[in-house]
Design a protein around this ligand. Structure first.
Ligand SMILES: Nc1ncnc2c1ncn2[C@@H]1O[C@H](COP(=O)(O)OP(=O)(O)OP(=O)(O)O)[C@@H](O)[C@H]1O
Ligand SMILES: [Mg+2]
Length: 241
């Protein structure tokens, strides 16, 4: 299997006053193309730090992060911006939608940076909203949608640039458990149908069951990597409303 992400001996130390926090303490693993991986651990264990290193949002203190053959720990700020635009999609806990734009405009936003003509941007955004079952909500403003619908707009926006890798940090952290499961099934479905790679941070063991593999992190160390059976093909049942 083709590997997309390869991390070796990754360390991140934060200095706060006189003390030093080892947010990541020697982490190594590989993620293959098409995998859905969950990073699970308690608050403060280093999950977001790890995701930020993988996404090139922060520099490691030591170690390597290789994505599609590119050593991202060696890239400069401008190269990193370009790398992120071309390779990755993000889904955030708090949706990060623009309140003054409707659903389709929000989804089209990442395409603005690419200089694509407006008509093409809107068509792509339109298709993405169909994919996440929001065909009837394209003109709705964020405050006219439920939390789950807003997060599905967030998923559509992460996918619109056709990224090979999607990073999600507690994507359902602001949703109730039923809506969380809906969003998880949606993410599982798009990864499987479109062959994308998804890395998701969660503190919820139950939601991690949707992933193919679960990385358990404690005090900045990966202590266990679990393989899930693809038993949870719940994605086939019922649609999203
Ligand atoms: N910018 C920073 N400066 C100093 N310490 C930091 C910084 N960012 C994170 N840390 C520390 O690194 C450790 C890991 O933080 P991180 O945000 O990765 O945890 P997390 O697993 O994502 O937690 P949560 O579930 O609460 O989001 C914590 O002890 C935190 O206090
Ligand atoms: Mg976090």
């Amino acid at each position: 299997m083709e590997k997309v992400i390869s991390v070796s001996n990754l360390y991140k130390l934060y200095r706060v006053g006189d003390s030093c926090v080892r947010a990541l303490d020697g982490v190594s693993f590989e993620i293959r193309k098409g995998e859905f991986c969950a990073i699970v651990g308690t608050s403060g264990s280093g999950k977001s730090t790890l995701l930020n290193m993988l996404a090139g949002l922060e520099k490691p203190t030591k170690g390597e992060v290789v994505i599609n053959g590119c050593h991202i720990e060696k890239l400069g700020e401008d190269e990193l911006v370009r790398f992120r635009r071309e390779n990755v999609g993000f889904i955030f806990q708090s949706f990060h939608l623009i309140g003054t734009m409707n659903a389709v405009e929000n989804v089209a936003l990442p395409l603005n940076f690419r200089g694509e003509p407006r008509k093409q941007r809107m068509e792509k955004a339109d298709r993405m909203l169909d994919l996440v079952n929001l065909s009837k909500h394209k003109k709705h403003m964020p405050n006219q949608m439920s939390g789950g619908q807003q997060q599905r707009v967030g998923v559509a926006r992460a996918l619109v640039t056709d990224p090979k890798i999607i990073f999600a940090d507690e994507p359902t952290g602001n949703l109730d458990s039923h809506t969380s499961e809906e969003v998880m099934r949606l993410m599982q479905r798009v990864v499987r149908e479109q062959g994308r790679t998804l890395v998701m941070v969660t503190h919820d063991d139950h939601l991690a069951e949707y992933a193919d593999r679960v990385f358990h992190i404690i005090d900045g160390k990966i202590v266990k990597i679990e393989e899930n059976q693809r038993k949870n093909e719940k994605s086939q049942e019922g649609g999203l409303k």
